[in-house]
Design a protein around this ligand. Structure first.
Ligand SMILES: NC(=O)c1ccc[n+]([C@@H]2O[C@H](COP(=O)([O-])OP(=O)(O)OC[C@H]3O[C@@H](n4cnc5c(N)ncnc54)[C@H](O)[C@@H]3O)[C@@H](O)[C@H]2O)c1
Length: 257
């Protein structure tokens, strides 16, 4: 346990995959949690599941790439959590595969809209309250692809490099206000919608699939969402009280740039 009992957390993209895993882990750690997602029905299913814990679970639907939807949704979650949040996890993200010279511009825009603008809007909606209370933690979802360029993942890589840069810059701006900002950089994570969609595309293109790629990972397996969630819980906790601006690799030992 990481000592998060009684903290209030907001997780974006909490209806599936890693975000859902993070929400579950934070609830198991004793947090009240606000779930923000595009997919209201799926987020409500997760909320119903997590509510059996007795913790307060609130849901807001919205698109993180829309400033208006983020402001409205975060307003609802902050109110539902009793007027503030101690932890913000910027997890919502998408991955559009395509070579940079060929990919539709709409894929480029959507990637930056969700992965970069989304983080910017959610942070600006939630962090001012933390600054006021001189206490809070932000954890962003980067990727090993935010540390290294990858063929056919250029837009995604660029958006995740931006997440690492925003993590470092925000940490510098917010440290004196008592707010820490870190990121996790997962490697290959299965049991997520993103992975299922990208596996489907890789299968069609005859590229090696997750099972095959996992053989090259020193720990000899892909991550599951809870592997990432535990790292998020650690960074959100006082155990990481002197860590800020860091992007922590959670890759099983591979892609550790
Ligand atoms: N799966 C992996 O291998 C992997 C590896 C490294 C990093 N990541 C990162 O982890 C994060 C979570 O990825 P995942 O694999 O769980 O993906 P996922 O597709 O399984 O889940 C993403 C969640 O975000 C929501 N979402 C997507 N766009 C949104 C938007 N515009 N507004 C609000 N909600 C939105 C989806 O509805 C879904 O619930 C992402 O930032 C991703 O880039 C994933």
């Amino acid at each position: 346990m990481y000592g998060l009992e009684g903290r209030r957390a907001i997780v974006t993209g909490a209806a599936y995959g890693i975000g859902r895993g993070i929400a579950s882990r934070l609830v198991a750690e004793g947090c009240d949690v606000g779930l923000f997602d595009l997919d209201l029905a799926a987020a409500e299913r997760v909320a119903a599941e997590l509510s059996t814990s007795g913790r307060r679970i609130v849901v807001a639907a919205g698109d993180v790439s829309s400033k208006a939807e983020v402001e409205a949704g975060m307003g609802k979650l902050l109110a539902g959590l009793g007027g503030g949040a101690d932890i913000l996890v910027n997890n919502a993200g998408i991955c559009r595969i395509g070579r940079l010279l060929e990919m539709p511009e709409s894929d480029w825009r959507a990637t930056f809209g969700t992965n970069v603008d989304g983080l910017f809007y959610a942070t600006r909606a939630v962090v001012p309250g933390m600054v006021e209370r001189r206490s809070g933690v932000v954890v962003n979802l980067a990727s090993w692809m935010g540390k290294s360029g990858v063929e056919a993942y250029g837009a995604y890589c660029a958006s995740k490099f931006a997440v690492v840069a925003l993590t470092q810059s925000l940490a510098l701006e917010l440290g004196e206000h008592g707010v820490r900002v870190n990121a996790v950089a997962p490697g290959l994570v299965v049991q997520t919608k993103m992975r299922d969609e990208s596996e489907e595309k890789r299968r069609r293109e005859g590229l090696p699939l997750a099972e095959e790629r996992a053989k090259a990972i020193p720990l000899r397996r892909a991550a599951i969402p809870d592997d990432i969630a535990k790292a998020v819980a650690f960074l959100a906790s006082d155990q990481a009280a002197y860590i800020t601006g860091e992007t922590l690799n959670v890759t099983g030992g591979i892609w550790n740039d």
